[in-house]
Design a binder for this molecule. Structure first.
Ligand code: FUC
Length: 350
């Protein structure tokens, strides 16, 4: 196992590096100190061929220019906060409205655009990086000095283990995710419409026209939101369900997870045999099928941006939780701390 460090450019005078973690099976995960972005994951197909299975860019400028959040750490609060406004301890906070009338993914310069400190980790069974950052009181409108520690480990079981710990000196909101866009075909050769997804989830959140949860929790039974026995992403594209049409003919929905650390999320590409298992302590996964990907940019492999080029499996708390008292709370205070953990296992279908 080894860690290789390379120059990746700079941002406002701060040096940006890539850290390539490689395990004994030849699997590789590359990340950077810019926004804890995962830029590349090389995983084998059933013939042992290693290809990149996430979307990324090959330079810092593209990451800053294109607001796609490829592979980035998202926070302080992932997802949307209606009108960017909330009340905490009797005080009203107005966050930047960076998407229409709402706040999205931590604001204009969320955690994905911050330069983090990085420290190498080497153990008997894993290599990794521990990223740290202190988000000052008032950053992007949020209260409290928040100390964050993000760890990415790659072990010899072909697992990427992502943990995020957060401590605050004042009551605040915290809901962090990693925004990797997966495409198991390898080097984004094909779109993800034939990828098959299995979810241990009976319920999902209904969205309004601005993609904010209405508060209604719907049962998946009898709809294309039922992934309990697996289904193709294509079903969501073809669906006449108003919820699929609303988000651009696909999925951009939070699914409540019924189980944890028990293969609750599985993504498969039958053609290459690649299988990704995602397990988490977080209450939900936002399944976003790349309905908004497009524009004048290309991925690191030179693939032109287009709809359904990849999909995100964002493990997190429920979006807009601060406005819905029946959603699990995302408030943390100085007396407690935040800890999110997600394990991604890259394997091959039998
Ligand atoms: C996901 C979606 C959003 C947005 C963003 C880039 O988290 O929920 O709709 O497009 O990614």
């Amino acid at each position: 196992m080894e860690i290789r460090i390379n120059d990746f450019g700079s941002l406002n005078g701060q040096k940006i590096y890539t850290y390539t973690l490689e395990n004994n099976n030849g699997m590789r995960l590359t990340c950077t100190n810019l926004g804890c972005i995962v830029t590349e994951i090389l995983a084998p197909d059933r013939n042992g061929m290693f290809e990149n299975i996430v979307l990324g860019f090959n330079n810092v400028e593209d990451y800053i220019r294109n607001k796609t959040y490829f592979g980035a750490l998202i926070g302080r609060v992932a997802g949307r906060i209606g009108q960017g406004k909330f009340e905490l301890e009797g005080k009203v906070y107005q966050l930047p409205k960076n998407e229409g009338n709402n706040h999205l993914h931590g604001g204009y310069q969320g955690l994905h655009e911050r330069v983090w400190d990085a420290e190498e980790i080497k153990t008997d069974s894993a290599v990794g990086i521990r990223f740290s950052y202190v988000s000052p009181d008032g950053e992007e409108g949020y209260p409290g000095n928040v100390r964050l520690q993000v760890t990415y480990l790659l072990n010899n079981d072909n697992q990427w283990i992502f943990t995020c710990k957060g401590y605050t000196d004042q009551k605040t909101l915290l809901n962090i995710t990693n925004h990797s866009y997966f495409n198991l075909s390898g080097n984004a050769k094909k779109d993800i419409l034939n990828h098959e997804l299995t979810l241990k989830s009976q319920r999902y959140l209904e969205l309004d026209k601005q993609f904010i949860p209405t508060g209604k929790i719907s049962h998946v039974e009898g709809s294309v939101f039922d992934f309990r026995n697996s289904r193709k992403i294509l079903d969501g594209k073809l669906s006449q369900n108003g919820q699929n049409i609303l988000v651009g003919n696909g999925y951009d929905h939070p699914f409540l997870l019924d189980d944890h650390f028990n293969e609750e999320i599985i993504l498969r590409d039958h053609e290459t045999g690649r299988k990704l298992i995602v397990e988490t302590n977080q209450p939900c996964v936002v399944v976003y099928t790349g309905n908004q990907i497009g524009g004048e940019y290309q991925t690191a492999e030179g693939v032109k941006a287009k709809k359904y080029l990849a999909l995100c499996l964002e493990t997190q708390g429920l979006p807009d939780a601060i406005h819905h008292s029946h959603f699990p709370s995302i408030i943390i205070g100085p007396e407690d701390y935040y800890e999110a953990k997600t394990i991604y296992t890259f394997t091959i279908d039998d």
